[in-house]
Design a protein around this ligand. Sequence first.
Ligand SMILES: [Zn+2]
Length: 297
Amino acid sequence: MPELPEVETVKRGLAPTFEGALITKVDQNRPDLRFQFPVDFANRLTGRRLTVLSRRSKYLLGDIDSGDVLVMHLGMSGSFRIENDLADATPGSFVHARSKDPKHDHVVFHLESADGARARIVYNDPRRFGFMDLIARPALAEHPFFRDLGLEPLGNDLGGETLARLFNGRKTPLKAALLNQKLIAGLGNIYVCEALWRTGLSPERAAGTLVTRTGRPTKKAEELAANIRATLEDAIRAGGSSLRDHTQADGTLGYFQHSFAVYDREGESCRTPGCTGTVARLVQSNRSTFHCPACQT
Ligand SMILES: [Zn+2]
């Protein structure tokens, strides 16, 4: 499943084509993906302009000049392809290669930019766990998709103080607390493993141990907040470079997993300088946790 950095990379890749464009036509090739499309989906977009493309957690949000927001989720296997006269590109960096089989092209947005350039943004999704919806902008924050979401880990809100407030008194394992979408939205398994490893923190310690008795963040809490942001930003940068590479390549984007320091490296040597430990895997909340028992305490 694409994680937040992939979705952010997709957003940055689509924005130059999508933002400000007039939607001249929408091909909706089936009645549903994971969910039914909203009533009149294509009609409600046709002849409208997408003003701003943003992201909340793993949702892409396209503000439409009608007041609707086009909500798009990639699910497990969804991807967007930009087609224009110059080149085709699939923005985003994914552990698994994206499909280019046209039989899985479910939605095509036909676009015309302010300067008259034409492009198509094609949504492809072999497994169809992705979905799209149209939600009125004022109703968005209270919509079931969004109302329980915690703060954005990439925003300026995430610091040691925030972690101390979120984790104060919590006895749940640190990894479970970081994956709790009601606390921090969009932080996924891979990047939690990576950030905990960078910080030298055990995924099994209680989340509340990052908070002092007076409710202040510990030094490790400050480091963890910084490492969460740095881990995500590094991944986004890697995705950005793959976007450039991809316009000249064959569509294989599988190399990105090799840049993980601890995730999926069970039995291999820990990469922390000076550490002689071996990466181990354990299962927490039905998810694999990769960590180094020697330097993560
Ligand atoms: Zn280690």
